[in-house]
Structures are given as C-alpha cells and as structure tokens.
Design a protein. Structure first.
Length: 121
C-alpha cells in the first residue's frame, strides 16, 4: 500500500482478521455448557484449587474482576503533552502555596518597636 493512502469506505484494513462467526460459535459452545454462569463457576473452582500457582491465581482473579466489574481504563502516554493537565493544576497550587507562605511570614515577622501594633491589627 502506498504511503498516505487511506482505506476506501467498506475496505478492511485487516482482510484476514478474525473470521466472522467465531464469537457466535464460542457463545454457542459456552451456552451448551451452562452459559456464563458455568464459566464463572469454573473460574471460581480453579481459584480455590490448592494446586494453582500464585501467578495463575492472579490471572484468574484478574479475569473475574474484568468480567464482573469491567477493565480499568488504560491511558496512552502522550509525548510533549500533559494528558491529565497537571501542569495547570500544579501552577495554581504553587500560587496558593506561595500566598500562604507570604501570609505566614508576615505573621511571624520579628516584632520590634511599633511592629506589634502593625502585626496585631
């Protein structure tokens, strides 16, 4: 494919990808064995098996968690960017901290002749 060419409407970028119907075939086989509940029971039984290695136990736990509660969102690294926009927040917090430090320093200024009247009120 020439560089810069885009896919035409209806054209696949992965023509020999996963065959159509494989999902339906897997669901059909799973339904024949009791459906998702049976799969969950099998995973839970494996989790309780003392012969299962710790890494396998972790993988089973992760599968159960992902299927039961959804996968944690993944964040892609962005070069030269701040995906969480922390820079702006950090600058704002820095200004607040500077202001608080100035107020603290003004309260803790040494009290000399006449300084106590200014500091007190």
């Amino acid at each position: 494919m020439p560089i810069g060419r885009r896919w035409q409407p209806g054209e696949s970028g992965n023509p020999s990808g996963r065959p159509k119907g494989i999902s339906a075939a897997v669901r059909e086989k799973l339904d024949a064995r009791g459906g998702p509940e049976a799969l969950a029971e099998e995973l839970l039984a494996a989790l309780d098996d003392p012969r299962i290695k710790p890494l396998e136990r972790l993988q089973i736990t992760r599968e159960l968690w992902d299927r039961g509660y959804g996968k944690a969102p993944a964040f892609a690294a962005m070069e030269g960017g701040d995906p969480l926009e922390l820079t702006e927040t950090q600058e704002f917090m820095g200004r607040i901290l500077d202001e608080l430090a100035e107020r603290r320093d003004a309260r803790e200024a040494p009290r000399g002749a006449g300084a106590s009247q200014v500091a007190d009120g």
